[in-house]
Write a protein that binds this ligand. Sequence first.
Ligand SMILES: Nc1ncnc2c1ncn2[C@@H]1O[C@H](COP(=O)(O)OP(=O)(O)OP(=O)(O)O)[C@@H](O)[C@H]1O
Length: 334
Amino acid sequence: MIKVENLSKIYKNNNEEIYALKDINLQIKKGEIFGIIGLSGAGKSTLIRCLNRLEEPSNGKIFIDGSEITNIDNTSLRETRKEIGMIFQHFNLLSSKNVYKNIAFPLELKGLSKEEIDKRVNTLLKYVELEDKKLAYPSQLSGGQKQRVAIARSLANNPKILLSDEGTSALDPKTTKSILDLLDKIRKEFGLTIVLITHQMEVIKDICDRVAIIEDGRIIELSTVEEIFTNPKTKTATEFISNLKLNTEEEIDYERKPGSKILRLSFLGENSKKPIVSKMVKYFDIDVNILSGNINELMSTSIGNLILEISGKSEEIEKAIDWLKDEDIKLEVI
Ligand SMILES: Nc1ncnc2c1ncn2[C@@H]1O[C@H](COP(=O)(O)OP(=O)(O)OP(=O)(O)O)[C@@H](O)[C@H]1O
């Protein structure tokens, strides 16, 4: 659905040249949810904005559904953009128009009749569960409701692709989850291809099929989400994954017994199903106290976290830790 070849972007500021994107190559399949993650300044926004030419590439080619969009004139570009919806971190709603009018806006531009617009807007309002907010103004809505309006507006023209530029970054975790669920529903029901940029690994974990990690304008790692969690290849990928902590972890007050150690274990893929704790107690002369644990479901695998307190003779504790490492369990003594 999307093919990017040797894409580069250079910003020129006075006499300075900033290489925001350097030789980006990627292909995104129809119906895929593709995540692009990176730290601030890595080039994420520039990359996603090049996909609909909101930003003009300096070099390279972009193909949407087989047609090159990097060499088309402005009239064709306007047509192509109708196939590509976009949502933003700060929603970009028109504050002077109510919810209904915001969603109707792209349809009015398209020249549809009042009846056609009314039918479509009402269908979309129902779809994003905001029928009761039809006459409200953006300032009267919560962040999640604003993003639902923006999603409805982005779907008005029946696009093939939806781009999300940090679409959940301004939302709390619960609202983020509900927006991600909505995006997944849109992909499933309409077969839309979704490209999203984020700096949150939670978003990648919850919804993406594949992910590209971008650093300093280059893609440094690109794989399925399962692969990146089970076999991260770069330090940046490992750091993003290790930032995914237990939700409850912060709230736990670890009371340490003298001589005991507290470990945070991360199980990836098949490892999350192994009876690690019972084996450890059998093999070594130690006591194990489970302080907390959870399992995060990815789109295609799971990642488990467990916080254990281990007590016993220090040499037995060390042997148990070495055994865990041999079993390929990621661990950290905390
Ligand atoms: N209009 C511009 N003019 C000059 N430099 C720019 C412009 N837009 C972005 N840059 C530079 O390009 C690089 C990539 O920026 P970009 O906004 O794409 O990164 P990002 O990964 O989206 O960061 P953030 O998460 O902070 O938005 C940065 O060094 C940034 O300063």
